[in-house]
Design a protein around this ligand. Structure first.
Ligand code: BV8
Ligand code: ZN
Length: 246
């Protein structure tokens, strides 16, 4: 019944936010962060890879790890879940996709201008003067967790860094504002494939719920966001989302 109810609610939505996390890309073969055993944080230590201090301490280790992840994204394809999210915007013209993901699979599935709260693997920039740097052609694709010296900034010769938001770093102001504004005014928010543990991103579904929006979750597991959801669709994004836009 929940699936049918959710599809009915979605058909009635006028201002929709689709809020996604790493589970959205899981069926494209991209590792999540916290899934037991397979998650990136089960195999790598975020403190030595996803903080500004880590990059300062060992730029080649951090740059190599992100280039390894970017190569995996380049080889991946958007899954039926990404395509369903793009199809939703055709039915609900006022749809805003807000993603914590740093891949480009929403874009490649046809979602126009998703809001990237945690940046993107495809927007490297200078670690000193913030000059945007070219996305490498991937020729020097490192093996898993191998070191790779980062390119140098064309303007000031400082090391280039991944264009992602690390722990302890502020989220891009315009992206966060756009996400809060969309959650504030939406009548429905679909939260897909996120553990709801990382802040301030995890606030977004809660803003929608506080404002009286209907929040529906798509996740095989329970998360802290269950508490603010009207419906919890326990299943994988690539199966559940297409069933919502039938
Ligand atoms: C900030 C980007 C302040 C790079 C990421 C102590 C010290 C320092 C900071 C903190 C602290 N305590 C709290 C904080 C704040 C911290 C935080 O929230 N920490 C958490 C862990 C407690 N937040 C920050 O540091 C943020 N910045 O607070 O700055 C500040 C303010 C002003 C000025 C200066 C500073 C920055 C947070 C962003 C960090 N960047 N990554 C990269 O990608 O490497 S975090 C990382 O987690 C990703 O961005 C990811 O998007 C995010 C959330 O993870 P999820 O997407 O939810 O993925 P996860 O694996 O957790 O869950 C997957 C889910 O999918 C699961 O529920 C699973 O069941 C489900 N699933 C699996 N398969 C499927 C599925 N669902 C559907 N279908 C499937 N098939
Ligand atoms: Zn520079």
């Amino acid at each position: 019944m929940d699936l049918a109810d959710a599809a009915t609610l979605l058909a009635r939505a006028r201002r929709l936010v689709v809020f996604t996390g790493a589970g959205m890309s899981a069926e494209s073969g991209i590792a999540t962060f916290r899934d037991a055993g397979t998650g990136l944080w089960a195999r790598f230590d975020p403190r030595t890879l996803a903080t500004p201090e880590a990059f300062r301490a060992d730029p080649a280790l951090v740059w190599g790890w992100y280039e390894w992840r970017r190569a995996a994204v380049r080889r991946a394809e958007p899954n039926p879940g990404h395509l369903a999210v793009a199809a939703m915007a055709a039915r609900v013209p006022d749809t805003v996709v807000v993603t914590q993901n740093v891949d480009d699979l929403h874009e490649r599935a046809g979602s126009a201008a998703p809001v990237h709260l945690h940046g993107s693997l495809f927007a490297p920039r200078c670690s000193a003067c913030a000059e945007p740097a070219p996305v490498p052609d991937g020729a020097a694709e490192p093996g898993e967790g191998r070191r790779l010296a980062p390119p140098r900034c064309g303007r000031c010769a400082a090391p280039v860094r991944p264009g992602v938001v690390w722990f302890g770093e502020a989220l891009p102001e315009r992206a966060l504002e756009a996400a809060v504004e969309a959650a504030y005014r939406c009548d429905m928010l679909l939260t897909v494939g996120t553990s709801g543990l990382v802040y301030p991103a995890a606030e977004i579904p809660q803003v929608a719920a506080r404002r009286g929006g209907t929040v529906i979750q798509v996740n095989p597991e329970e998360t802290p966001l269950d508490a603010v959801c009207e419906l919890n669709l326990r299943g994988p994004a690539a199966v559940v989302l297409p069933a919502l836009v039938r």
